[in-house]
Every structure is written in C-alpha cells, then in structure tokens.
Design a protein around this ligand. Structure first.
Ligand SMILES: Cc1cc2nc3c(=O)[nH]c(=O)nc-3n(C[C@H](O)[C@H](O)[C@H](O)COP(=O)(O)O)c2cc1C
Length: 188
C-alpha cells in the first residue's frame, strides 16, 4: 500500500513540501509506503485538448508528466499539495491536474477508489478556495477524500514558517492518519 504526495510549489524545500512531508510521516507511521514528489524544476505543460488520451492511456506531450501519471496510477493514495498563488492553486499543479485527470477520466476511471485529498499553504489568504479547487479534482475522479479536524490548510510565507503553524501542522497530521486508515480499510 502506497501513498504519494505531489507538491506543486516551484520552490524546492518550501512550506508546502514541509507540510506534505509531515503528512506522509503520519501515513508512514501506519506502515504504508510513501513518496514525496516535488514538481519544482519539472516541465509540466497544460493540457492541449488533443483528445489522444481518450483512445489510449497516454499523453503525447513530451515533458515530465507521464512518469508521474504512472506513479499516480500505481498508488493507493494521492495527495495534491499547493501553495496559494493569487488565491488559487499554482499553474504547475493545475497543469498536472488537467493532464493526469484527463488521462484517468477519459473512459477508464483509472483513479477510481483511490484515497486522497488536498494540502494548501498560504501567507495570508486564499486557502479555502484552493482547498475547494483541489478537492473538486478528487471528487470528479471517483476518489475517496477523508476529513480532518479542520480544512487541510496552513500559514507560512518564508521557507520553514509553516512549521510554526501548530494547528495547520496538526490538521495535516490527522488528515494523514485518516488517509492511512481509509487506504487500509479499502484494501483489506
Ligand atoms: C506568485 C505568488 C503568489 C502568491 N499569492 C498568494 C496569495 O494569493 N495569498 C497568500 O496568502 N499568499 C500568496 N503567496 C505566498 C505563498 O503562498 C507562500 O509564501 C507559501 O508559503 C509558499 O509556499 P512554498 O514555500 O511551498 O512555495 C504567493 C506567493 C507567490 C510567489
């Protein structure tokens, strides 16, 4: 059983990565395999609506997306994490959501029954909208989204600041525990 955490910040080692690593630690404690996948530095273009993924489970755009799609396909759980950029998820994670979502959704429901959910970090505002934005992706792809004791968001601006948001870190930790619990129940 494996859960991957995909981090859509262009900043390596930033707050979103810290929050995601913390969540994956909670999951690993329950005996599941985990992998953190930072998108920083990768080339992931947006969907160009060619429609090829409706014919086969493939994307003809030559960049870094497809190997990550394969990891998503193989995982039991997928976490999508993003900093808030202008009250929204980043363009980087959005490109992945469009492409991986469309390959999965185009007649094959490849992500059906997987467990997952969002993680969001911002300096001050836009977390609620971004949590909703990411959650919509899981819902249309027939996935199961566990809850936590608050929405999965935290505060932080400079690298590392998120660690001081005790409630945000705790919420992400509980979310991780619930992801592990649901993966185990569904796979039992
Ligand atoms: C282009 C850009 C846009 C941002 N927009 C917002 C915003 O709308 N609301 C907010 O509170 N913080 C905003 N921020 C701050 C980041 O969300 C914040 O620094 C976050 O911790 C970055 O996460 P990271 O360290 O994982 O990259 C923005 C930062 C950048 C670079």
């Amino acid at each position: 059983m494996k859960v991957i955490g995909i981090v859509g910040s262009p900043r390596k080692g930033g707050n979103t990565e810290i929050l995601t690593a913390h969540t994956l630690k909670a999951i690993a404690e329950e005996g599941l395999e985990t992998e953190l996948i930072p998108l920083a530095g990768l080339d992931i273009k947006p969907c160009n609506a060619c429609g090829d993924c409706a014919k086969e489970e493939w994307c003809p755009i030559e960049d870094d997306l497809f190997p990550i799609y394969v990891k998503m396909r193989e995982a039991d759980g997928i976490i999508l994490a993003s900093p808030v950029y202008y009250s929204s998820a980043t363009a980087l994670i959005k490109a992945l959501m469009e492409r991986a979502g469309h390959i999965s959704h185009s007649g094959r429901q490849a992500f059906k029954g997987k467990v997952g959910g969002p993680l969001v970090v911002a300096r001050r505002a836009g977390q609620n909208f971004t949590v909703a934005q990411l959650t919509f992706w899981f819902q249309i792809l027939d996935m199961v989204v566990p809850g936590s004791t608050y929405w999965n968001m935290a505060f932080g601006r400079q690298k590392g600041e998120v660690s001081q948001d005790e409630e945000g870190m705790r919420t992400a930790w509980t979310f991780g525990k619930n992801v592990a619990l649901v993966v185990k129940k569904l796979r039992a």
